[in-house]
Design a protein around this ligand. Structure first.
Ligand code: HEM
Length: 466
């Protein structure tokens, strides 16, 4: 089972909402219980975001939350989250995205809407198409094997830095090709890690002007953000100066034309590179960390992966061409993404009065939903908290409701990188599991750390040679 095969195809029309009442009889969604004066549900959301989002399903399919003075609409069923993702009436906007604008810019594909977004997707899509992925195979293989070659049996591996490193290196080397990327990839890693930490803090504790004070934490954040933007400018300038046009995403961006046939502006090129590199590295890095944690926690599945890889490769190093045939490896990845989704919360804003599940959603409303909560819903998954990769075998996965597992989302904002991501995750998992058994090292803390993505607090593993 692969994530693509459990994901329904994107469709232009929204999924039908169940039990639609006749027009004119739309109800106000219930207010979720537990709001306190002034702060509403805000404190609960900040204190225990995952628990809070998961229990909302007990209050209704759509519920209203009070976050300070604001009302936010939370959607809690797979069908309705599919409807939100597929409907053109819900766009990318709202507090989460506004807080990310300092990082992602305003003209990048992750934050643009409407005609600009459609044009940008047309430009970047060829680099992520299924038939483009094999060209990245040699780089992915090189990076996966370099990772296992670096690790020494018995030595403690810091999974946070290792996972970031491989994620950034693969994204940067595949999509912005060039030797110079190797040393830049390290700088990108450092800058991105600091920036993501700071962005999340600014998102959940919006202290506005306090973040402009010259405090050490703010200075470090500003330096990292400036370095990130500088790096991107350097990469673009160097490519231009080289006069080379390799067949990659950067060339596609540099050659892109706007709707008038004019070259797109410098700011848009810059924002596009940032908007592709940043989600590309944080999500993959978090998922690699959870995969390493899963290999350590479930050695029986690590052993099955190893047996599967060895029977496919006869002992030679696992390669890109092997990964599509690695069923159990893929099922372990999907199951890890189900229980520990990197992207745990998504938001939209309604641009018109609409309805969801028979409830009225007014124009301008902010909508929120949690893939984490959806993917752990006991109504969708038997033994919902069990790590059970075999639930993705075809005879069992057919009972899983539509949109109950969409880690790359669906619709016009669907992650362009599903194939690219699955290929590298499979290669890394297969390469690690064939070479080492993993155990968590003393001092390791695999509790969930909630940030822009979910990842372990501080995962440390000790590889043991096979
Ligand atoms: C969008 C998940 C890896 C680039 C998204 C969205 C999800 C997602 C759920 C949709 C967000 C929304 O609906 O608001 C993931 C996961 C990944 C991953 C789980 C890996 C495990 C990557 C990689 C790249 C990437 C490797 C690039 C190299 C993007 C971009 C968007 C996006 C550019 C915005 C698309 C748009 O708005 O049109 N991703 N992603 N992602 N992702 Fe990924």
């Amino acid at each position: 089972m692969t994530v693509e095969s459990v994901q329904p195809e994107s469709r232009p029309e929204p999924a039908a909402a169940p039990d639609e009442p006749p027009a004119g009889q739309l109800l106000e969604p219930p207010v979720a219980g537990g709001a306190v004066p002034v702060l509403g549900h805000g404190l609960k959301l900040v204190r225990d975001p995952l628990g809070f989002m998961s229990q909302l399903r007990d209050h209704g399919d759509v519920v209203r939350l009070r976050l300070g003075p604001k009302t936010v609409y939370a959607v809690t069923t797979p069908t309705l989250t599919g409807a939100v993702a597929l409907s053109p009436d819900y766009i990318i906007s709202g507090p989460l995205w506004e807080s990310l604008e300092g990082l992602l810019g305003r003209q990048g594909v992750a934050t643009a809407n409407g005609a600009l977004h459609r044009r940008q997707r047309r430009t970047i899509q060829p680099a992520f198409r299924l038939d483009a992925i094999p060209a990245y195979g040699p780089i992915m293989e090189e990076e996966a094997h370099a990772l296992t070659a670096r690790w020494r049996p018995g030595q403690v591996v810091d999974c946070t830095s290792e996972s970031f490193r491989i994620a950034v290196r693969i994204a940067a080397r595949c999509l912005l090709r060039g030797q110079y990327m190797d040393e830049r990839a390290e700088r990108l890693c450092t800058a991105l890690a600091t920036v993501f930490r700071g962005m999340y803090r600014r998102m959940v504790v919006p202290l506005g002007p306090l973040y402009r004070l010259p405090l050490p934490g703010n200075r470090e954040f500003n330096r990292a953000l400036a370095d990130l933007h500088l790096l991107v400018d350097e990469i673009v300038a160097e490519r231009r100066a080289s006069g080379q046009k390799p067949d990659d995403l950067l060339t596609a961006l540099l050659e892109a034309k706007d709707d008038n046939g004019e070259p797109i502006g410098e700011q848009e090129i810059h924002d596009q590179v940032v908007a592709i590199l940043t989600p590309g590295s944080e999500t993959i890095a978090s998922t690699v960390m959870w995969l390493l944690q899963a290999l350590a926690e479930h050695p029986e599945h690590a052993d099955r992966i190893r047996a599967e890889v060895e029977s496919a490769t006869n002992g030679r190093p696992v390669g890109f061409d092997d990964v599509r045939g690695l069923t159990h490896t893929n099922n372990v990845i999907v199951e890890t993404m189900r229980l520990r989704p990197a992207v745990w919360i998504l938001t939209r804003r309604a641009v018109a009065d609409t309805e969801l599940g028979g409830y009225r959603i007014p124009a301008g409303a902010d909508i929120i939903y949690s893939p984490y909560a959806i993917q752990r819903d006991p109504r969708s998954y038997r033994d919902h908290l069990e790590f059970d990769p075999d639930r993705w075998l075809p005879e069992r996965s057919k009972d899983i409701p539509k949109y109950a597992m969409s880690p790359f989302s669906v619709g016009n904002r669907k992650c362009p990188s599903d194939h690219f991501s699955m290929a590298q995750l499979s290669l890394v998992t297969a390469a690690v599991a064939t070479r080492f058994r993993l155990e968590q090292a003393p001092g390791s803390n695999d509790a969930v750390r909630v940030g822009i993505t979910l990842r372990p607090h501080n995962l440390l593993v000790r590889p043991v040679a096979r």
